[in-house]
Design a protein around this ligand. Structure first.
Ligand code: AMP
Ligand code: MG
Length: 273
């Protein structure tokens, strides 16, 4: 059993609604189907279901799925991908991670490098960070003038409209952690030699801009949550709940596509000795 979509819909930001990160408790787990152990069992079922739905997506070869993951450092973008996609064949999913743009990328419009990674027919693509960085980090650090990033919300909506009208289903997840939770996770990276590589010197400077980032997320999510490409705000302090929300939303969404296996006529085929 997975939660009814109507419950999960409560996490979606409705088009035109304002969004205040402070009004969503990152610790919340109220939609979970049970306690942590019970939810982990559901997650395993969902991961298996997702594996089957991916095969169907690939076989029917008409739909495309784009999953956008955004969140502050340590919010769990990598962990979400690792867990939620566990049941999917490595052939069935592609991850595109967007880092600081290269010189060549900066010589083009901000969507140029993004468009090339969007899914083709039958594909699931996950964006680990995305074009939204161009209204988040870019805004917080004033990497381009305000009049440039201000225009990008409309440009993003137009871009996502093009993708949607050409058969792409888009889900955008904001992995919402608290500032305290981030402190613990950053400290864990410093305490564990196996995690040192994940720690970047700049992470501490970014953390100091927490409120600016929250303001940037609030505006980005308010202005770009649409019917065709909704934002889902995922309380993410609890990793098991985060994974369950993301997995159930993706499974529901793929089920709603009502895909069918192609049925070519094989009645005349004979396999010899
Ligand atoms: P990480 O996800 O920890 O590997 O870090 C990737 C870094 O690249 C983050 O600090 C992002 O903010 C940064 N980044 C991603 N996209 C952009 C962009 N369009 N402009 C500037 N920085 C970016
Ligand atoms: Mg990082």
């Amino acid at each position: 059993m997975i939660a009814p979509m109507s419950d999960l819909n409560r996490l979606r930001v409705k088009p035109g609604d304002s969004f205040d990160p402070a009004a969503v408790d990152p610790q919340d787990d109220s939609l979970a189907p049970g306690n942590k152990e019970e939810t982990l069992v559901k997650c395993e079922q969902l991961e298996a279901q997702l594996g089957e739905l991916q095969e169907l997506l690939y076989a029917s070869h008409s739909q495309k799925l784009l999953v956008v993951l955004q969140g502050m450092d340590t919010s769990g973008k990598d962990g979400t991908i690792r867990h939620v996609m566990r049941g999917v064949s490595p052939q069935g999913v592609r991850v595109a991670s967007f880092k600081q743009p290269t010189t060549v990328e900066l010589e083009h419009d901000f969507l140029w490098r993004i468009h090339a990674h969007t899914p083709g027919a039958g594909e699931i693509v996950i964006f680990n960070r995305s074009h939204y960085e161009d209204v988040l980090v870019v805004r917080v650090h004033e990497l381009v003038p305000k009049e440039t990033w201000q225009k990008r919300y409309d440009q993003i909506n137009e871009f996502e409209k093009i993708l949607a009208e050409n058969g792409t289903t888009i889900l955008k997840f904001f992995l919402h952690i608290s500032k305290d939770e981030q402190r613990e996770r950053l400290q864990a990276r410093l305490d564990d030699p196996k995690k040192h590589w994940k720690f970047q010197h700049g992470d501490i400077a970014e953390r100091k801009r927490w409120d600016d980032y929250m303001a940037a997320y609030a505006e980005a999510i308010r202005r770009t949550s649409t019917e065709r490409a909704p934002w889902i705000v995922v309380p993410s302090n609890r990793k098991w709940y985060r994974n369950w929300v993301v997995a159930s939303t993706i499974v529901h969404t793929l089920e709603n596509l009502k895909m069918e296996y192609p049925q070519p006529d094989v009645s005349q085929e004979v396999i010899g000795k």
